[in-house]
Design a binder for this molecule. Structure first.
Ligand SMILES: Cc1ncc(COP(=O)(O)O)c(C=O)c1O
Length: 335
């Protein structure tokens, strides 16, 4: 056990803050936080590390534990890498929306990968994946299921790490645009940012066809944000506005962010960038330019055959729906 704790400490030391960079914009002083600069290329390093750390410190995870988790990609990559460094077995449960490079990495790194292929009643794969997690757990003797949809480690990680880094990097902030999948990022960030910047508006960004903010769930093709359930962590977030982005607009946003901002990022970054453009072109902003920040959750390379492929976009993402802007009452946090 002490070896495991030593390895955990060394892993912790290998983390540093990710950069906050300015992005040229007509309406606001815009900043991108480059979460793809994390050691495994995405924002999910934060949650994965914190969940493992907490599990080890509590004694729920030992060298003999097998971690099993459902993820469409980034969380599984982070878990696979960290579990390998810590000497713990990891079984990811993935689905066909997992991009080819991620699946190849997981198969190279993990002895066992579970892939579901049947859609659930909502047209997505989440419920099928969660069912497979339970089936897989029954085949293992010492097993830990992080349950990233309700594990407050993700909230803690984003409160203490990502949120604290933004506060250290910027003297003030008027808007933060945050994508929602499990809700862990927005739950932790919104709490930390509102403590330091009480006037900030937190804008949640979700995918069209996701159930998180009350839409009817339907099949989606781009992994990252959106969910076919309402994740418990979302209720812990302080959210002022919600922008729903159709997948076609996500692809447009990725390309616009590359063309104007020079940032080659993944699908959810395109959603967030599209949401920023949409939000401020529909509001008259008076006085000094406000500041706004959005997260670039992962890199664009893994999306070369999807959101960056004209043929794929034309075949799968349909025509130009509008981005929908919704304003919600701030959910009351559970504590
Ligand atoms: C690319 C990408 N962006 C955003 C998110 C949303 O993060 P969270 O699950 O903390 O809501 C995820 C989650 O998997 C993601 O993979």
């Amino acid at each position: 056990m002490s070896d495991l704790r030593d390895r955990l400490r060394r892993l912790e030391d290998s983390f540093g803050p990710t950069p906050v960079v300015p992005v040229d914009d007509d309406h606001v002083r815009l900043f991108a936080k480059l979460e793809f600069e994390n050691p495994n290329g995405s924002l999910k390093d934060r949650a994965a590390f914190w969940i493992l750390k907490t599990g080890i410190e509590r004694g729920d995870i030992t060298e003999r534990t097998t971690v099993v988790e459902s993820s469409s990609g980034n969380f599984a990559v982070s878990m696979a890498s960290f579990c390998h460094t810590l000497g713990i077995r990891f079984v990811p449960v993935i689905d066909p929306n997992c991009n080819a490079a991620t699946e190849a990495y997981l198969r190279a790194r993990c002895e066992r990968v579970e892939k579901v292929t049947t859609r659930d009643a909502t047209g997505g794969y989440l419920r099928t994946r969660l069912r497979r997690v339970q089936e897989t757990r029954r085949t293992l003797e010492r097993c830990y299921w992080p349950d990233q949809y309700s594990n407050t480690g993700a909230l803690e990680a984003n409160y203490r790490l990502t949120g604290a880094e933004i506060v250290a990097a910027l003297p003030s902030l008027d808007y933060a645009f945050v994508g929602v999948g499990t809700g862990g990022t927005i739950a932790g960030l919104s709490r930390r940012l509102k403590e330091s910047f009480p006037g900030i508006r937190v804008v949640a960004v979700d995918a069209a066809g996701s159930a998180v903010f009350g839409q009817r769930p339907r099949a989606r093709r781009i992994p990252g944000i959106g969910s076919s359930i309402v994740p418990p962590l979302v209720r812990r977030a302080f959210i002022d506005d919600v922008v729903i982005v159709p997948e076609r607009r996500t692809a447009d946003g990725c390309r616009a962010l590359l063309a104007r901002g020079g940032i080659h990022a993944g699908g959810s970054s395109g959603s967030l960038y599209a949401a920023v453009q949409h939000y401020f072109t529909r509001r008259s902003v008076t006085g000094p330019r406000p500041s706004a920040l959005f997260l670039c959750a992962d890199r664009g390379a893994g999306y070369a055959d999807t959101v960056y492929s004209d043929a794929w976009v034309d075949e799968f993402l349909g025509t130009d729906d509008d981005v929908t802007l919704m304003t919600t009452a701030t959910p009351v946090p559970a504590g």
